[in-house]
Design a protein around this ligand. Sequence first.
Ligand SMILES: Nc1ncnc2c1ncn2[C@@H]1O[C@H](COP(=O)(O)OP(=O)(O)OP(=O)(O)O)[C@@H](O)[C@H]1O
Length: 589
Amino acid sequence: MRVFLDLWWYFKREKTSYIIGIIMLMIVSILSLLPPYIVGVVVDLMVENNLTVEGLTFWLIILFFVGLAAYIFRYLWRIMIFGASIRLARLLRNQLYEHFTNMSAKFYQRRKTGDLMAHATNDIRAVEQTAGAGVLTLVDSLTLGGFVIITMAVTISWELTLLSLLPLPLLAFLTNFYGSMLHKRFRVAQAAFSSLNDRVQESIAGIRVTKTFGQEKADIAAFQAESDDVVKKNLRVSRIDALFDPTITFIIGVSYFLAVYFGAGFVINEDITIGQLTSFTIYLGLLVWPMLAFGWLFNIVERGRASYGRISELLAEQAEITDEHADTTKPPSGRFDVEIHSFRYKSEDDPVLNDVRFQLKEGETLGVIGRTGSGKTTLMKLLMREEQGVNGKISLDYRSIERYTLDALRTSFGYVPQDQFLFSATIADNIAFAKPNATMQEVIDAAKLACVHEDIVQFQNGYETFVGERGVTLSGGQKQRIAIARALLVEPEILMFDDSLSAVDAKTEESILEALRMKRSERTTIISAHRLSAVKHADVILVLDQGKVVEQGTHESLMKKDGWYREVYNQQQLESIVAEGGDTGGTYG
Ligand SMILES: Nc1ncnc2c1ncn2[C@@H]1O[C@H](COP(=O)(O)OP(=O)(O)OP(=O)(O)O)[C@@H](O)[C@H]1O
């Protein structure tokens, strides 16, 4: 029952709905006591041969109004209590969603998508049930059950009541026992469901890879195995769940037996009338629902407790990167002073970056090159404060980046990641994602800068073409350029291309870079790439190797040295000449 205490904050918040709902539930409970009483009175009148047409009509009219009133109150309490529980689900869903959007990248590396989706669906449903059906079953089992027992004891016979209810403690013991078993099994079943959710999500996302490698059968088999596991674990829940009803009905059956057995004796001894015994057995019948409700209560509450625990755990997780040391909300411009002595990911023992130092004035371009895994993306993440724990200092406009609020920092940066993501929306909406009020002309200008305008107008619906699952399939290069247009549209102070030109050809790359140089001469640009031509015009070029800066300078200064940069540049130039059929007047000529 602890979950009711956990949810107390919500009950307080919705106290009007709950108090009105509970009062109505109690009125319905009291009204339910009247029909058995009336039946008893009518039976006694018949036995005594005193039943008149007027008398019967009188009692029938009362029965009708009792039924009508119960009907109205039942309707109203449902609106009150279930309405409040639905609002709780909405609140938790919104809280979770907001929490998800505030969490940093680390959180998503740790948590799986399917698992998070299971929290947002199944767990919230279980908590909603606790705040709705759970409250109903608690109140109903206590009030209706209590009222019925008191009425039986006070108006008929406390001895007979006591005798008939002898099996009840056994019921309390059994439901408690089943409840704790249910709790354990339900947690296990929910975890299996999360894992299945995850598998479906991953399989759908990776369906092309699965198909190209002809792994459909293996994928289906793995899915079936996991699905079977979910069924098995849910069956284990059902096996306990299924014990509640028969146990309760059996125990109530024993109560009936005792009531009739001893009640008959009471009638013969004239302690009670036949009408009273009739009322008594109907009252016993009224106890079935509160008992069932009591059983369900354990079931609902146990599920609610497990689910609320999981949700609370998730909500309690703090974002690693916060505004704790921030004292300025003004977005910085792009002057960088970077002195990274070392940086290592928390999960790793060895640093991935060592001794990275550079300065970049506003309007300058930084080029970062290096082999795969050399630390280019990590450096970008550090500059944006997507990771923290740097041994050293990263300053923007002469202030440590920690002194800017995250909102201020994010406003300054436009980042085009390695694996761009397009939403299932129109091309125009995708480009205007970070500036939803952008005019169409702004969208087109950004697309032109990113050299994707010509491609877009070729589509039947132009900028209104849908991309993603419901729309056209774009090439890797087109996706990349739309992602570039998205970043360019917000005209960020600092633009970051994280290997974002890898899927476009050399000529397009050159056009994009040329456009950037023209348009962004006042603003800072950071480009990481494998192809050296992408960083040729940068004011500072860092050559990274296994997290260390092995060469640093401008294109001209690096070409003078006999190092990795010159060697790779010459090699890539040669490759491009060969690719263009030996025409030395090409891009790199
Ligand atoms: N979140 C992380 N946790 C732990 N290690 C990481 C994490 N991200 C990257 N690494 C490790 O850090 C090193 C540098 O990775 P990073 O992605 O910065 O390289 P990169 O130069 O951008 O590579 P690529 O050109 O392939 O994108 C790699 O050894 C990588 O395995």
